[in-house]
Design a protein around this ligand. Structure first.
Ligand code: B1M
Length: 210
C-alpha cells in the first residue's frame, strides 16, 4: 500500500492524528501538496462519500472523516501558494437563507480547495442581499449555493434574482448543490451548474470558468 493509500485509509477511519502524521511525513519527503490532497485526502473522502450514499457510513462518521481530512488540509494548504494548483479561481460559497445545514457545503468547499480553488465561505442562513454584498466585495468567479431543505430551495432563485437586480449576475457563474436540488431545478432557476457531490463540484467549477 502506498503512503497515499495510508492517508486515505486514515481519513476513512477518521483518525485525525494519523492523518496529520502521515501528511506531515509526505510533506517532509517533498511530495507535491496537490498530489497529497488528490491521491490521499480527497481519495479517502471520495470513499466516505460513496459509503455514505450506499448507507454503509452515517452522518457522524462522515463528520469525523471530514474533520480528519481538514487536519491534513491544514498542513498542506499553506504550501499550495507555491504549487501550480493555487490559481484555479475564487468561489464564494454559502448555504442559502433559512437553511442551517452545512456538512455538504463544507465538504464541497474542501474538495474545491483541494483541487486548487480559493474558497470564501459566508456560512449558513445567508440571505440574498449578503450574497450580493459578498460578490461586490470579493469579486468571485463562482457563487456556490447549498440547500438541504425543499423549503429553502426557492431562496436559491431569490438569490439569483437579487444578483440580477444588482446588475452583477453576469459577472459570476452560479453553481448549486444539496440533496433536494437537481439539474432540472438548476436549469429552471437559471444556475450555470448543478453539482450532485463535492468531487463533481470541483470538476464543474473548472469547466464553467474555462
Ligand atoms: Co436536517 N433535514 N433538518 N438537520 N438533515 C434533512 C436534510 C432531511 C432530509 C431529514 C429527513 O427528514 N429525512 C430533512 C429535509 C426534508 C425536506 O426538506 N424535504 C431535514 C429537516 C426537515 C430538518 C429540520 C427542519 C428538522 C427540524 O428541526 N424539524 C431542521 C432544519 C434546520 C434549518 O436548516 N433551518 C434540520 C436540522 C438538522 C441538523 C441541525 C440537526 C443537522 C444539520 C447539521 C449541520 O449541517 N451542521 C441535520 C442533518 C445532519 C440532516 C441529515 C441527516 C444529513 C444532511 C447531511 O449533512 N448529509 C439530512 C438527512 C439525510 O440527508 N440523510 C437532513 C451529508 C452531506 C455530506 O450530504 O448535504 O447532501 P449533502 O451534501 C452532498 C451533496 O448534496 C453535495 O455535496 C455533498 C457530498 O459531496 N452538495 C453540494 C451539498 N451542497 C453543495 C454545494 C455545492 C456542490 C455540492 O456547490 C455549490
Amino acid at each position: 500500500m502506498s503512503q497515499f493509500d495510508d492517508i486515505a485509509e486514515a481519513v476513512i477511519d477518521g483518525d485525525e492524528e494519523r492523518v496529520e502524521e502521515l501528511t506531515q511525513n509526505l510533506v517532509d519527503e517533498g511530495e507535491e501538496p496537490s498530489e497529497i490532497i488528490k491521491e490521499g485526502l480527497v481519495a479517502g473522502m471520495d470513499v466516505v462519500g460513496d459509503r455514505f450514499k450506499a448507507e454503509e457510513m452515517f452522518v457522524p462518521q462522515v463528520l469525523i472523516a471530514a474533520e480528519a481530512m481538514a487536519k491534513g488540509m491544514d498542513i498542506v494548504k499553506p504550501l499550495l501558494a507555491d504549487d501550480d494548483t493555487s490559481s484555479e479561481g475564487l468561489v464564494l460559497m454559502a448555504t442559502v437563507e433559512d437553511d442551517l445545514h452545512d456538512i455538504g457545503k463544507n465538504l464541497a468547499s474542501m474538495l474545491l480547495e483541494g483541487s486548487g480553488f480559493n474558497v470564501i465561505d459566508l456560512g449558513t442562513d445567508i440571505p440574498p442581499e449578503e450574497f450580493v454584498e459578498g460578490v461586490k466585495e470579493h469579486e468571485p468567479d463562482i457563487v456556490g449555493m447549498s440547500s438541504l431543505l425543499t423549503t429553502t430551495m426557492p431562496n436559491m432563485e431569490s438569490t439569483i434574482e437579487a444578483l440580477e437586480e444588482a446588475g452583477i449576475r453576469d459577472e459570476v457563474k452560479i453553481m448549486v448543490g444539496g440533496a433536494p436540488v437537481s439539474q432540472e431545478f438548476a436549469d429552471e432557476i437559471g444556475a450555470d451548474a448543478y453539482a450532485p457531490d463535492g468531487s463533481t463540484a470541483s470538476d464543474l467549477a473548472k469547466e464553467i470558468i474555462d
